[in-house]
Design a protein around this ligand. Structure first.
Ligand SMILES: Nc1ncnc2c1ncn2[C@@H]1O[C@H](COP(=O)(O)OP(=O)(O)OP(=O)(O)O)[C@@H](O)[C@H]1O
Length: 249
Protein backbone atom coordinates (compact mmCIF):
# COMPACT_ATOMS: atom_id res chain seq x y z
CA UNK A 1 0.00 0.00 0.00
CA UNK A 2 1.36 3.42 -0.93
CA UNK A 3 1.73 6.16 1.63
CA UNK A 4 -0.91 8.85 1.08
CA UNK A 5 0.29 11.63 -1.21
CA UNK A 6 -1.75 14.35 0.42
CA UNK A 7 -2.07 15.50 3.95
CA UNK A 8 -2.91 18.50 6.05
CA UNK A 9 -1.02 21.78 5.69
CA UNK A 10 0.44 21.23 9.18
CA UNK A 11 2.15 18.05 7.99
CA UNK A 12 3.41 19.92 4.93
CA UNK A 13 4.99 22.53 7.19
CA UNK A 14 6.66 19.80 9.24
CA UNK A 15 8.37 18.36 6.16
CA UNK A 16 10.02 21.62 5.08
CA UNK A 17 13.70 21.43 4.32
CA UNK A 18 16.04 24.35 4.55
CA UNK A 19 17.23 25.48 1.08
CA UNK A 20 19.84 28.18 0.74
CA UNK A 21 21.73 29.67 -2.19
CA UNK A 22 24.76 31.73 -1.24
CA UNK A 23 26.60 33.94 -3.73
CA UNK A 24 25.70 31.54 -6.54
CA UNK A 25 27.27 32.14 -9.94
CA UNK A 26 25.90 30.02 -12.78
CA UNK A 27 26.94 30.00 -16.42
CA UNK A 28 25.00 28.03 -19.01
CA UNK A 29 26.86 27.90 -22.29
CA UNK A 30 28.21 31.40 -22.81
CA UNK A 31 25.40 33.01 -20.77
CA UNK A 32 25.96 34.10 -17.19
CA UNK A 33 22.54 33.27 -15.73
CA UNK A 34 23.17 34.12 -12.06
CA UNK A 35 25.83 36.40 -10.69
CA UNK A 36 25.92 36.21 -6.90
CA UNK A 37 22.38 35.00 -6.30
CA UNK A 38 21.35 34.73 -2.64
CA UNK A 39 18.10 33.11 -1.58
CA UNK A 40 16.65 31.22 1.37
CA UNK A 41 13.68 29.06 0.42
CA UNK A 42 11.80 27.85 3.47
CA UNK A 43 8.12 28.38 2.71
CA UNK A 44 5.80 25.46 1.93
CA UNK A 45 4.72 26.99 -1.41
CA UNK A 46 6.91 29.29 -3.49
CA UNK A 47 6.10 30.63 -6.97
CA UNK A 48 8.73 31.66 -9.54
CA UNK A 49 7.69 34.12 -12.22
CA UNK A 50 9.43 36.24 -14.83
CA UNK A 51 10.03 36.65 -18.54
CA UNK A 52 11.43 33.96 -20.81
CA UNK A 53 15.11 33.49 -20.06
CA UNK A 54 14.88 35.08 -16.58
CA UNK A 55 16.41 32.02 -14.90
CA UNK A 56 13.43 30.10 -13.48
CA UNK A 57 14.37 26.74 -14.99
CA UNK A 58 18.02 27.31 -14.16
CA UNK A 59 17.15 27.86 -10.50
CA UNK A 60 15.10 24.65 -10.34
CA UNK A 61 17.87 22.73 -12.09
CA UNK A 62 20.40 24.04 -9.54
CA UNK A 63 18.24 22.81 -6.67
CA UNK A 64 18.14 19.24 -7.94
CA UNK A 65 21.79 19.12 -8.94
CA UNK A 66 21.32 19.20 -12.72
CA UNK A 67 23.37 22.40 -12.83
CA UNK A 68 26.54 22.94 -10.83
CA UNK A 69 27.38 26.53 -9.94
CA UNK A 70 30.71 28.02 -11.02
CA UNK A 71 30.91 29.66 -7.57
CA UNK A 72 28.90 29.86 -4.39
CA UNK A 73 26.87 27.25 -2.57
CA UNK A 74 23.52 25.54 -2.93
CA UNK A 75 22.57 23.79 0.31
CA UNK A 76 19.68 21.46 1.08
CA UNK A 77 19.14 20.70 4.77
CA UNK A 78 22.52 22.28 5.47
CA UNK A 79 24.34 19.99 3.01
CA UNK A 80 25.93 21.34 -0.14
CA UNK A 81 25.17 19.68 -3.48
CA UNK A 82 28.05 17.22 -3.23
CA UNK A 83 27.29 16.24 0.36
CA UNK A 84 23.59 15.91 -0.48
CA UNK A 85 24.29 13.87 -3.64
CA UNK A 86 23.60 10.40 -2.19
CA UNK A 87 20.21 11.55 -0.86
CA UNK A 88 19.45 14.13 -3.52
CA UNK A 89 16.73 12.16 -5.31
CA UNK A 90 14.85 11.78 -2.05
CA UNK A 91 15.32 15.46 -1.19
CA UNK A 92 14.40 17.26 -4.42
CA UNK A 93 12.62 16.07 -7.55
CA UNK A 94 12.04 18.01 -10.76
CA UNK A 95 9.03 17.88 -13.06
CA UNK A 96 10.55 19.01 -16.34
CA UNK A 97 9.03 21.70 -18.51
CA UNK A 98 9.10 19.26 -21.43
CA UNK A 99 7.74 15.81 -20.46
CA UNK A 100 9.91 14.19 -23.11
CA UNK A 101 13.00 15.29 -21.11
CA UNK A 102 11.67 13.42 -18.07
CA UNK A 103 9.99 10.26 -19.31
CA UNK A 104 12.29 7.27 -19.77
CA UNK A 105 10.04 4.26 -20.32
CA UNK A 106 7.79 3.64 -23.34
CA UNK A 107 4.70 2.58 -21.31
CA UNK A 108 2.86 4.60 -18.64
CA UNK A 109 2.79 1.98 -15.88
CA UNK A 110 6.53 1.33 -16.22
CA UNK A 111 7.35 5.03 -15.92
CA UNK A 112 5.43 5.36 -12.66
CA UNK A 113 6.77 2.05 -11.34
CA UNK A 114 10.31 3.38 -11.84
CA UNK A 115 9.64 6.07 -9.22
CA UNK A 116 8.34 3.46 -6.80
CA UNK A 117 11.34 1.19 -7.33
CA UNK A 118 13.54 4.03 -6.11
CA UNK A 119 12.00 3.29 -2.70
CA UNK A 120 13.17 -0.28 -2.79
CA UNK A 121 10.00 -1.92 -4.15
CA UNK A 122 10.56 -5.01 -6.25
CA UNK A 123 9.45 -4.71 -9.88
CA UNK A 124 6.16 -6.72 -9.65
CA UNK A 125 5.04 -4.81 -6.54
CA UNK A 126 6.02 -1.48 -8.10
CA UNK A 127 4.06 -2.26 -11.27
CA UNK A 128 0.99 -3.23 -9.22
CA UNK A 129 1.29 -0.10 -7.04
CA UNK A 130 1.60 2.03 -10.19
CA UNK A 131 -1.60 0.44 -11.54
CA UNK A 132 -3.31 1.10 -8.20
CA UNK A 133 -2.22 4.74 -8.30
CA UNK A 134 -3.60 5.19 -11.82
CA UNK A 135 -6.85 3.46 -10.82
CA UNK A 136 -7.24 5.71 -7.76
CA UNK A 137 -7.08 8.66 -10.13
CA UNK A 138 -9.61 7.18 -12.58
CA UNK A 139 -6.82 6.51 -15.08
CA UNK A 140 -6.69 2.70 -14.98
CA UNK A 141 -6.99 2.59 -18.77
CA UNK A 142 -3.74 4.58 -19.14
CA UNK A 143 -1.60 1.89 -17.51
CA UNK A 144 -0.69 -0.04 -20.65
CA UNK A 145 -0.74 2.88 -23.04
CA UNK A 146 2.36 3.81 -24.96
CA UNK A 147 3.73 7.19 -23.90
CA UNK A 148 3.98 8.02 -27.60
CA UNK A 149 0.18 7.70 -27.88
CA UNK A 150 -0.46 10.36 -25.21
CA UNK A 151 -1.00 14.05 -25.85
CA UNK A 152 1.47 16.58 -24.43
CA UNK A 153 -0.87 17.41 -21.54
CA UNK A 154 -1.42 13.71 -20.78
CA UNK A 155 2.36 13.21 -20.72
CA UNK A 156 2.66 16.11 -18.30
CA UNK A 157 0.06 14.37 -16.13
CA UNK A 158 2.15 11.16 -16.17
CA UNK A 159 5.22 13.19 -15.14
CA UNK A 160 3.30 14.63 -12.20
CA UNK A 161 2.13 11.19 -11.05
CA UNK A 162 5.66 9.82 -11.41
CA UNK A 163 7.03 12.67 -9.31
CA UNK A 164 4.38 12.12 -6.63
CA UNK A 165 5.21 8.42 -6.59
CA UNK A 166 8.91 9.25 -6.13
CA UNK A 167 7.99 11.27 -3.00
CA UNK A 168 10.95 13.67 -2.81
CA UNK A 169 10.69 16.16 0.04
CA UNK A 170 10.70 19.15 -2.31
CA UNK A 171 8.71 19.17 -5.55
CA UNK A 172 10.27 21.41 -8.20
CA UNK A 173 7.68 22.07 -10.91
CA UNK A 174 8.82 23.76 -14.09
CA UNK A 175 5.79 25.28 -15.84
CA UNK A 176 3.65 22.30 -14.87
CA UNK A 177 0.42 23.89 -16.13
CA UNK A 178 1.75 24.76 -19.58
CA UNK A 179 0.10 21.98 -21.61
CA UNK A 180 -2.83 21.17 -19.33
CA UNK A 181 -6.45 21.84 -20.21
CA UNK A 182 -8.56 23.76 -17.69
CA UNK A 183 -9.78 20.66 -15.78
CA UNK A 184 -6.19 19.40 -15.70
CA UNK A 185 -4.94 22.75 -14.36
CA UNK A 186 -7.62 22.71 -11.66
CA UNK A 187 -6.72 19.15 -10.68
CA UNK A 188 -3.00 19.92 -10.51
CA UNK A 189 -3.62 23.11 -8.51
CA UNK A 190 -5.66 21.04 -6.04
CA UNK A 191 -2.91 18.39 -5.85
CA UNK A 192 -0.29 21.08 -5.21
CA UNK A 193 -2.42 22.63 -2.49
CA UNK A 194 -2.78 19.23 -0.82
CA UNK A 195 0.76 17.92 -1.36
CA UNK A 196 2.57 16.94 1.81
CA UNK A 197 5.84 18.28 0.39
CA UNK A 198 7.38 21.70 -0.02
CA UNK A 199 6.60 22.91 -3.59
CA UNK A 200 8.37 25.38 -5.88
CA UNK A 201 6.41 26.21 -9.05
CA UNK A 202 7.64 28.22 -12.01
CA UNK A 203 4.82 29.51 -14.18
CA UNK A 204 3.66 32.15 -16.62
CA UNK A 205 0.06 31.52 -15.46
CA UNK A 206 0.05 33.90 -12.52
CA UNK A 207 -3.38 32.83 -11.27
CA UNK A 208 -1.78 29.61 -10.04
CA UNK A 209 0.64 31.36 -7.67
CA UNK A 210 -1.14 34.61 -6.85
CA UNK A 211 -2.42 33.14 -3.56
CA UNK A 212 0.97 31.79 -2.51
CA UNK A 213 2.49 33.39 0.57
CA UNK A 214 5.72 33.87 -1.37
CA UNK A 215 6.44 34.54 -5.04
CA UNK A 216 9.85 35.45 -6.46
CA UNK A 217 10.05 37.53 -9.64
CA UNK A 218 13.27 36.79 -11.49
CA UNK A 219 14.48 39.34 -14.01
CA UNK A 220 17.61 38.52 -16.02
CA UNK A 221 18.92 36.30 -13.23
CA UNK A 222 18.27 38.78 -10.45
CA UNK A 223 15.51 38.88 -7.86
CA UNK A 224 13.37 41.82 -8.91
CA UNK A 225 10.69 41.28 -6.23
CA UNK A 226 10.13 38.73 -3.49
CA UNK A 227 7.08 38.66 -1.26
CA UNK A 228 3.38 37.79 -1.03
CA UNK A 229 2.06 36.40 -4.32
CA UNK A 230 -0.65 39.03 -4.78
CA UNK A 231 1.86 41.88 -4.48
CA UNK A 232 4.64 40.37 -6.58
CA UNK A 233 2.27 39.24 -9.36
CA UNK A 234 0.68 42.71 -9.47
CA UNK A 235 4.11 44.36 -9.71
CA UNK A 236 5.15 42.03 -12.54
CA UNK A 237 1.88 42.62 -14.41
CA UNK A 238 2.29 46.39 -14.05
CA UNK A 239 5.83 46.15 -15.41
CA UNK A 240 4.70 44.02 -18.36
CA UNK A 241 1.89 46.52 -19.11
CA UNK A 242 4.26 49.50 -18.98
CA UNK A 243 6.73 47.75 -21.33
CA UNK A 244 3.85 46.95 -23.73
CA UNK A 245 2.77 50.62 -23.65
CA UNK A 246 6.34 51.79 -24.25
CA UNK A 247 6.79 49.48 -27.23
CA UNK A 248 3.47 50.66 -28.72
CA UNK A 249 4.58 54.33 -28.65
N1 LIG B 1 21.02 24.58 -22.39
C1 LIG B 1 21.39 25.86 -22.37
N2 LIG B 1 22.59 26.25 -22.86
C2 LIG B 1 22.98 27.53 -22.80
N3 LIG B 1 22.22 28.52 -22.27
C3 LIG B 1 21.03 28.20 -21.79
C4 LIG B 1 20.55 26.84 -21.80
N4 LIG B 1 19.33 26.83 -21.24
C5 LIG B 1 19.04 28.09 -20.90
N5 LIG B 1 20.06 28.91 -21.22
C6 LIG B 1 20.13 30.37 -20.99
O1 LIG B 1 20.02 30.57 -19.59
C7 LIG B 1 19.22 31.73 -19.34
C8 LIG B 1 18.11 31.34 -18.36
O2 LIG B 1 17.27 30.39 -19.00
P1 LIG B 1 16.12 29.62 -18.21
O3 LIG B 1 15.72 28.47 -19.06
O4 LIG B 1 16.55 29.37 -16.84
O5 LIG B 1 14.97 30.74 -18.20
P2 LIG B 1 13.44 30.61 -17.80
O6 LIG B 1 13.13 31.77 -16.90
O7 LIG B 1 13.13 29.26 -17.30
O8 LIG B 1 12.74 30.86 -19.21
P3 LIG B 1 11.33 30.31 -19.82
O9 LIG B 1 10.24 31.14 -19.20
O10 LIG B 1 11.48 30.56 -21.29
O11 LIG B 1 11.23 28.84 -19.50
C9 LIG B 1 18.72 32.24 -20.68
O12 LIG B 1 19.55 33.32 -21.07
C10 LIG B 1 18.93 31.07 -21.59
O13 LIG B 1 19.20 31.50 -22.90
Amino acid sequence: MLAPFCTSSNDAAESLINITLTDVVLDRGCTRVFDSLNLTLNEPRIGLIGDNGAGKTSLLRLLCGLEVPQAGNVCLTGLNLDEAAPARASLAGLMFQNPDDQIIFPVVVEEIALSLRAHGMKKPQALQAARDLLAERGLANWADRAISSLSQGQRQHVCWLALLAARPRVLLLDEPFASLDLPGQARLARDIANARQQVLVSTHLLSHVRDFARVIWLDQGRVRADGPGAEVCAAYEADVASRADASAD
